[in-house]
Design a protein around this ligand. Structure first.
Ligand code: NDP
Length: 326
């Protein structure tokens, strides 16, 4: 078992930015990629709002750039997923599905969150072809079209309002009544005052259907007040029914909020000294590549400072782990 100064869990924008910074600090970080290289950003068709790119860049391409940039400074990517950790003593233990165990003086977690799925037929099949979990990412592709938004929380209402910049008509489908909406009063007001948005209460989406072109053309929905099930014509189905942070793998070793998001302080420290977190695993609100990159930077700098402060307590690394001076 090799001992590492930094093990980074997750290869989304937060993890890969942390890899870049820790690599440039000569710490030779190990990045355990996880089951989706590049995280959610890498399954985004085109990214137009990440600074520095005048023309849109595809999610997979941006992820490859981030990886190559960090590798240039010595980051090492391991194509495996974390199956368990032991943060009870240092060095920490990070175990993988392929049966490897990494010993780490510090750990940076950027394992992200996944959008909660409806779990209905057609949802997975047409993701990227009309089914989306991100209005900011995909709204532009629905110029002049009509879309459904599923959910009744702040995300659904905010994204519905955002989508009216592009879509001619947005229909929010909420499974309960108006009195149960979770969206805040200000967002509700904004939506109710928007002529392009219509809210259908007590409605659920049971299936997403595509037309001959392979793009979404309708959703089968049920009105639970009348019991009627019918096909609702639409060009897109945007689903905003919450996110699931990928924190289960840490068991009860790290403090989380009631939804499972890791609790971190302003320096991105978790409750365990030497364990840091960045990106959506600890941020239920912003969820942008740009914010995750900023948080990954902050977490990496915190880890670098912490390792420097604790240098005297850390065992020397095995020779092959020590960076040769250039
Ligand atoms: P929420 O958990 O607040 O809301 C999820 C919504 O999806 C609820 O209306 C819920 O219905 C519905 N839902 C859940 N599961 C299903 C399902 N299987 N089928 C149909 N509907 C379902 O998530 P959000 O992403 O909206 O918000 C997350 C956090 O981020 C919140 O704290 C929110 O305040 C914050 N946020 C703040 C913003 C802002 O301040 N501008 C913007 C965006 C998010 P039900 O009500 O019946 O449970």
């Amino acid at each position: 078992m090799k001992r590492e100064r930094v093990v980074i869990i997750g290869s989304g924008p937060a993890g890969m930015t942390a890899a870049l910074y820790t690599a440039r600090a000569q710490l030779k970080p190990i990045v355990i990629v996880g089951n989706q290289f590049g995280g959610q950003a890498a399954i985004t068709h085109e990214i137009e709002n990440y600074p520095g790119f005048v023309d849109p860049i595809s999610g997979p391409e941006l992820a490859e750039h981030m990886k190559a940039q960090s590798e240039r400074f010595g980051a090492e990517y391991v194509w495996d997923s974390v199956s368990g950790v032991d943060f009870s003593e240092r060095p920490f233990k990070v175990e993988t599905l392929n049966g490897e165990t990494f010993l780490a003086d510090s750990v940076i977690i950027g394992i992200g969150a996944d959008p909660r799925k409806l779990g209905v037929p057609g949802e997975a099949e047409y993701t990227g072809f009309g089914v989306s979990y991100c209005g900011t990412c995909d709204g532009f592709f629905f110029r002049g079209k009509e879309v459904i938004v599923v959910g009744g929380g702040d995300s659904a209402f905010e994204e519905a309002a955002f989508l009216t910049k592009f879509a001619t008509k947005v229909t929010i489908m909420y499974r309960k009544g108006e009195e149960d909406l979770r969206a805040g009063a200000a967002l509700q007001k904004r939506v109710f005052n928007n002529e392009k948005i219509n809210v259908l209460y007590h409605h659920t989406v049971n299936e997403v259907k595509a037309g001959e072109t392979g793009a979404v053309s309708a959703a089968t929905v049920t009105n639970h007040e009348t019991g009627e099930t019918y096909d609702f014509k639409t060009d897109g189905v945007f689903i905003f029914i919450g996110h699931i942070p990928n924190s289960k793998v840490f068991g009860d070793q790290l403090a989380t909020d009631e939804s499972g998001y890791l609790l971190t302080d302003e320096r991105h420290r978790t409750n365990i000294e030497g364990v840091f977190a960045a990106g959506e695993i600890q941020d239920p609100i912003w969820r942008q590549v740009a914010t995750s990159v900023g948080q990954g930077t902050a977490a990496a700098m915190s880890a670098i400072h912490w390792l420097e402060e604790n240098e005297d307590d850390l065992q020397p690394l095995e020779p092959e782990n020590v960076e040769e001076p250039a």
